[in-house]
Write a protein that binds this ligand. Structure first.
Ligand code: FYN
Ligand code: ADP
Length: 579
């Protein structure tokens, strides 16, 4: 094609074009990586971005590129960029855009689109779709740029929208014609904007801090809940200091695990079902009272009925002024960025803060010890065939030995068991299915985690979950990323033992090919495949993967009768409700 040469303005040609301005605008704002999939009309954009020194990572499906961009945003506080072609490519990226918005991750989905004048008259253009209209309800903000001189503004607005306040997914629509538009190079350069202070500090009101501290001071059974907003905020030292100086027990939501090491004596993770209903004052730090926290009411919280208040009083630290009262009354909202809010609380606490009553701490410790002992007993078993516990006991050890490794986790049982079995020791190491509990993030997350952190990545995947992004093992191999994927293979969704109730030739809807060799998949692309039927084999394969840093897929064969329907969220099945 011969179009890959960067079109830098020279003395002979003082023109720049849309391609160049998009690249320059991103680079000017410190964005150096694009997760995408080339095609009409953005192929040359990918070539030229690479020629200009950007890292352009191509995926096999836009959904994986989008998930990669979204988690890069979570890990870096900079918008992750996903680049797609028009209509179908755009739609494939949309899932991740919605995911970013729902999870409060900064991300920009940039899609090429077809010609406005044809699309708007519905005259049947190539890949005709009104993408801006489709994206709008799923994005925090959505913009379209029609003129090359507006590219700088479009990119600046997209960056600000993605990272300021509550972060989210932003859509940027770039019609094909824009890329070829030419503009005087000097005017083009002048039109670009380097965004100043894109995520400004938001300092909480002193009276809100005072109100929160008064409520906390009066608590007999205080509890802190750390959410992924707390992990995102990168206020690790302040958060740890607040927890340790107050002595309040804390519960990490799944992606907040490791903010303080899971082995911390104040962690109440192993006493979850005890502390939620028992606590009298709960301080939420970057966690929403959504389904994952049973909406702050009902039996989980000690309420009599499914929707009854459990009697807790809540303090909520959140950057969104609209979050408080979304599910139950928040007695003390503290609105601001977590670093500023936690610092303000620390200043208010001073040095004479009384630790929570010993009775409360002792009761939690007792529950914890009981649960941990029970877990240790289960993990010590070595059943044949291997089950989730005996496999995850190995994973737990490997992660412990490699605390800087990134840990990707998706599935139902594979997710739920790993969450409580595998301890995290450092902040932002665990990345998983997030707010929606979605499947399909796996390999996209692996790519971004490896690229952003340069650390070893360990992915624990249910066999069903893995299937959503399985083809991306080629991407892992192509970029030679230090990723060890472990597929916990029990022959099906949840487990592999369902039978077709009608007795026909088709297997049940939840059943896959029995004895599938997922390890062969990565071998097709030059990666390392391993087949493990015992914990010892699994350990050997994982340790070798970490040692070699080669892309590896371990097919870990799990008892096909192991696994419960929907893991630990069975109650969300309508049939369970009916019973
Ligand atoms: C936790 N626990 C432990 C430990 N950590 N026991 C021993 N040792 C350790 N280290 C205990 C904890 O006290 C709970 O027991 C239990 O393990 C489970 O802990 P978890 O996972 O924190 O609690 P729970 O109730 O499962 O959490 C609720 C939840 C979580 C909704 C926040 O399930 C979640 O994040 N779910 C996401 C599910 C999802 O998205 N799935 C995808 C679905 S795919 P008890 O205290 O005895 O209860 C389609 O099917
Ligand atoms: P989890 O699922 O772990 O409970 P959620 O996604 O429900 O976490 O909650 C994250 C919360 O954190 C959101 O309400 C979001 O507004 C908030 N948040 C994200 N970043 C920040 C920040 N820097 N400062 C304050 N709050 C933040």
């Amino acid at each position: 094609m011969g179009t890959a040469e960067p079109q830098v303005a020279t003395a002979q040609s003082q023109l720049s074009d849309g391609f160049q301005l998009v690249i320059d605008a991103l680079k000017l704002n410190g964005i150096d990586t694009i997760y995408g999939l080339p095609g009409i009309p953005i192929t040359d954009l990918t070539r030229r971005a690479q020629a200009e020194g950007m890292r352009v990572l191509s995926f096999r499906h836009e959904q994986s590129a989008g998930y990669a961009a979204s988690i890069a945003g979570f890990l870096t506080q900079q918008p992750g960029i996903c680049l797609t072609v028009s209509a179908p490519g755009f739609l494939n990226g949309l899932n991740a855009l919605a995911h970013a918005t729902v999870n409060c991750f900064p991300m920009i989905l940039i899609s090429g689109s077809s010609e406005r004048e044809i699309v708007d008259l519905q005259q049947g253009d190539y890949e005709e779709l009104d993408q801006l209209a489709v994206a709008r309800p799923l994005a925090k903000a959505a913009f379209r740029v029609l003129q090359a001189e507006d590219i700088g503004v479009g990119v600046a607005r997209a960056i600000r929208a993605a990272v300021s306040g509550r972060p989210g997914g932003v859509y940027l629509d770039l019609p094909a014609k824009l890329f070829a538009q030419t503009i005087d190079a000097a005017a083009g350069t002048r039109s670009l904007i380097k965004v100043v202070d894109p995520a400004p500090k938001q300092v909480p009101a002193p009276e809100a801090v005072k109100r929160a501290l008064e409520l906390l001071k009066g608590a007999r059974k205080p509890l802190v809940i750390l959410g992924k907003g707390a992990a995102y905020a990168q206020a690790d030292a302040e958060i740890r200091s607040l927890i340790e100086r107050t002595g309040i027990p804390y519960l990490p939501m799944s992606m907040a695990k490791g903010l303080l090491p899971d082995t911390h004596e104040q962690s109440a993770a192993a006493a979850r079902s005890y502390v939620l209903p028992e606590a009298d004052v709960v301080m939420l730090i970057g966690a929403r009272l959504n389904w994952l926290l049973a909406h702050g009411k009902g039996k989980t919280w000690g309420g009599k009925g499914a929707k009854d208040w459990g009697g807790q009083r809540f303090i909520q630290i959140d950057i969104s002024p609209q979050e408080a009262d979304s599910n139950v009354r928040i007695d003390a909202p503290v609105v601001g960025d977590i670093a500023s809010c936690v610092s303000a609380l620390l200043a208010g606490i001073g040095s004479g803060w009384a630790k929570p009553p010993a009775e409360w701490l002792r009761a939690i410790q007792e529950r914890k010890s009981k649960n941990i002992a029970k877990m240790a007993e289960t993990l010590a078993g070595n059943p044949s065939p291997m089950n989730f516990h005996s496999a995850l006991a190995v994973v737990r050890d490997v992660v412990k030995a490699n605390p800087d490794a990134m840990f990707v986790n998706e599935g139902a049982n594979a997710l739920d068991f790993a969450r409580s079995i595998v301890d995290m020791y450092r902040p932002r190491k665990r990345i998983d299915v997030g707010t929606w509990g979605i499947m399909g993030v796996g390999m996209g997350y692996c790519v971004a985690a490896a690229v952003v952190t340069r650390q070893q990545v360990i992915a624990i995947e249910g066999d069903s979950a893995f299937g959503f992004s399985g083809m991306e093992v080629e991407t892992l191999c192509r970029y030679n990323l230090p990723v060890c994927v472990v597929v916990l293979n029990n022959n099906g969704v949840y487990r592999g033992t369902d039978v077709n109730p009608a007795g026909g030739p088709d297997v049940a809807p939840t059943v896959f090919v029995k004895g599938a060799r997922y390890d062969k998949l990565i071998e097709a692309f030059g990666g390392v495949g391993a087949h493990a039927t015992t914990p010892a084999e699994l350990r050997r394969a994982m340790e070798e993967a970490v040692r070699s840093r080669r892309p590896t897929l371990v097919n870990a064969v799990i008892d096909e009768t192991a696994g419960t329907e929907s893991g630990r969220i069975t109650s969300l099945n309508p049939s369970a409700k009916k019973k």
